[in-house]
Design a binder for this molecule. Structure first.
Ligand SMILES: Nc1nc2c(ncn2[C@@H]2O[C@H](COP(=O)(O)OP(=O)(O)OP(=O)(O)O)[C@@H](O)[C@H]2O)c(=O)[nH]1
Ligand SMILES: [Zn+2]
Length: 352
């Protein structure tokens, strides 16, 4: 009963977003009662205290060296939680001096919303990161073996969040990436790969340039199963991050370094990476078939003939006829298969 109640409460103030590939400017959700509020973005949340970076302009990305202000949510925001990536308005002491505290009086409407699922320790499905652009799905080609269902689930989470997915295959020094790419090839996913190599200076991660290019001037979130090399990547990308790397812990699914709070780290080349040590799975129960279909523009027109409320995975679904009539081109059948695989990945217990 309490879980059900809190979930409903959460849903009431939750922000609904539509995937917005063009990334238009966020609209203001709360009435701007505080005309003097200064724009900022939340880069870390720790027990109700938010570290915010002041912005030159409300829509801008923060500069790494922007003034840092600690702030608390004002009561007038109601129950709405503030998460990393939120764009906010601050009043009060915004000097950023030690022991000062500003107040968050405004929360801008979220352009993208990445959620994580309820779990044993927390029965409420929560927003983890707001306004991130790119979901980097990190999977190792080996050690640990790639888990296709988990990758599929991450992709669905990206589409549902309104974020662009990027597949990052790590450890290609252990096995050629083409051996594992087959499962995702029909999705036409943007993919990069990284590997470790021995240099006279020691071990280093190679292949980072392509990844850096994708991350530049965007806000990205790295997700992936424990041990795939996320911390190693973050350390290589953000030399000051110093995240602990560890062995795979098959029992807990976590590495040695576990922390529950997310934080955004500035990339030397511009842009931010959000480190979310807590995310191991996503809540996908809320994801509608239509949201996943948006990721398949070649199939989308075929759904015009579907019955109302079609799950797109039922005998009456018009997509089969559309594909059979070559409406989606020569790859239509394979694409439809991938679409339905992603739909099915939303539900059921298992791998993650
Ligand atoms: N062979 C090889 N090993 C790698 C590579 N990248 C990381 N590793 C190793 O893989 C192991 C796991 O790396 P981590 O960076 O800790 O993985 P993680 O995804 O952060 O894991 P958690 O912290 O448990 O979530 C470590 O022993 C790394 O040294 C790579 O490109 N090639
Ligand atoms: Zn249908």
């Amino acid at each position: 009963m309490p879980a059900e109640r809190s979930r409903r409460r959460w849903d009431e103030d939750d922000v609904r977003v539509r995937p917005n590939p063009r990334g238009s400017r966020p609209r203001t959700k709360e009435r701007p009662v505080h005309a003097d509020a200064v724009p900022a973005v939340v880069v870390a949340v720790d027990r109700g205290r938010c570290t915010c970076l002041l912005l030159e302009a409300p829509g801008a990305l923060p500069a790494a060296g922007a003034p840092r202000v600690t702030a608390m949510r004002a009561r007038e925001l109601g129950r709405t939680g503030v998460v990393v990536g939120d764009r906010v308005g601050l009043v009060g002491d915004v000097s950023g001096q030690p022991d000062t505290l500003a107040r968050i009086v405004r929360l801008e409407e979220r352009r993208t919303v990445l959620r994580r699922t309820a779990d044993d320790t927390d029965p409420v499905e929560r927003v983890v990161v707001a306004n991130a652009d790119l979901l980097v799905v990190v999977a190792a080609v080996a050690d640990p073996e790639p888990r296709s269902r988990l990758v599929d689930r991450c992709l669905v989470a990206a589409y549902a969040a309104g974020m662009t997915p990027l597949l990052c295959l790590t450890k290609t020094d252990l096995r050629p990436s083409r051996e594992v790419l087959g499962a995702w090839a029909p999705l036409g996913l943007d993919t990069v790969s990284t590997h470790r190599e021995q240099t006279p200076e020691g071990l280093r991660i190679a292949g980072l340039d392509a990844l850096r290019e994708r991350l530049a001037d965007r806000v990205s979130v790295l997700v992936g199963h424990s041990g795939v090399g996320k911390s190693t990547l973050v350390n290589a990308l953000v030399p000051t991050a110093e995240r602990a790397t560890g062995r795979v812990n098959d029992v807990t699914g976590r590495g040695r370094h576990t922390s529950t709070s997310s934080s955004a780290l500035p990339l030397p080349g511009g842009g931010w990476v959000v480190d979310t040590p807590g995310i191991r799975s996503f809540g996908l129960a809320h994801v509608r078939p239509e949201q996943v279909l948006l990721a398949f523009p070649d199939l989308e027109p075929g759904a015009a003939g579907c019955p109302r409320g079609c799950t797109h995975d039922e005998p009456e679904c018009a997509l089969d006829a559309w594909v059979a009539g070559a409406g989606a081109g020569p790859a239509g059948q394979v694409r439809l298969g991938s679409f339905r695989r992603l739909l099915r990945a939303r539900t059921g217990e298992g791998e993650d």
